[in-house]
Design a protein around this ligand. Structure first.
Ligand code: SAM
Length: 256
């Protein structure tokens, strides 16, 4: 490893609200010479902290090889490079390929964690996902799509635990997901359909599990949607409902 080179900073930007990046992440954005970011997932408002003369490189239309070539080139030119990822980089961030390639190229890197979507969901829902004597486990998972989930992690087998389950990357397969969840969760289990949390058009719909797919499709919430399925939401639901009617525009309730 060449210790004369600056590391690439792989920074978790959080779910989209610019105030939800860590102080360390924000300080790096302020100093960075180069910011490489997934513009399809990270709102431009995150870039408000960057220097006016920083080189800002959106990556939506770039291949992994192109992105790596840019990062390696800039680090070798002794630039401070931030690779900005949405949420927390350790969750569905596809950073593994970058780690392997940077290591092979002897480029140092450091990972700065971020707030994941499930954490902002719990905050918005004003709930604990590990309520004593009710549920003590959180499962973060997804359904198979273009990326296959290993068979031993099949959604129906995870559902058997009836843990607080946070379902990423699954809105396009929501009917299939609902069917697998209903093999084990009661059909009236509360589901929070969380769309574009932390962004201007954020929407949270609270529905029974039996309506999860139909409402997701009817409302067309197929991009950047996280589902939280949990008995913990059953518990707090009434309180949220009362409070939200008074103070909050974040919630839309569809419980009958
Ligand atoms: C490629 S994954 C990245 C997850 C991210 N690293 C994280 O920690 O939240 C993208 C998926 O995360 C979820 N997601 C990410 N940001 C979100 C947000 N602001 N609101 C709702 N869901 C979000 C959705 O399920 C989306 O399909």
């Amino acid at each position: 490893m060449n210790i004369m080179l600056k590391p690439v900073y792989i920074v978790g930007a959080g779910p989209g609200d610019p105030d939800l990046i860590t102080v360390k992440g924000r300080n790096l954005l302020i100093k960075a010479d180069v910011i490489v970011y997934a513009n399809s997932l990270i709102p431009d408002s995150m870039l408000q902290f960057c220097r006016a003369d920083a080189e800002i490189i959106p990556t939506a239309s770039k291949s992994l090889e192109e992105i790596l070539e840019i990062m390696i080139d800039r680090v070798r030119s002794h630039k401070l490079v931030v690779r900005l990822h949405d949420g927390d980089p350790s969750l569905y961030g596809a950073i593994q390929e970058q780690i392997v390639a940077l290591t092979e190229a002897e480029i140092p890197f450091e990972i700065i964690p971020g707030v994941s979507a499930f954490q902002l969901a719990a905050a918005r829902l004003q709930t604990e996902l590990t309520v004593p004597e009710l549920v003590q486990t959180i499962i973060l998972t997804r359904i198979s799509g273009r990326t296959q989930v290993p068979e031993r992690e099949e959604l129906s087998s995870l559902a058997a635990h009836q843990a607080s389950l946070c379902l990423y990357l699954s809105a396009h397969h929501v009917e299939n997901a609902q069917a697998k969840l209903m093999e084990h969760y009661p059909s009236d289990t509360t589901v929070a359909i969380c769309y574009r949390l932390g962004q201007e058009d954020e929407k949270i719909l609270i529905v029974p599990l039996s309506d999860m797919a139909s409402i997701t499709q009817k409302e067309n919430l197929t991009r950047t949607t996280l589902f939280v399925i949990s008995a913990a939401l059953n518990k707090v639901n009434k309180n949220i409902r009362e409070r939200s009617q008074l103070y909050s525009s974040h919630y839309k309730r569809l419980f009958r």
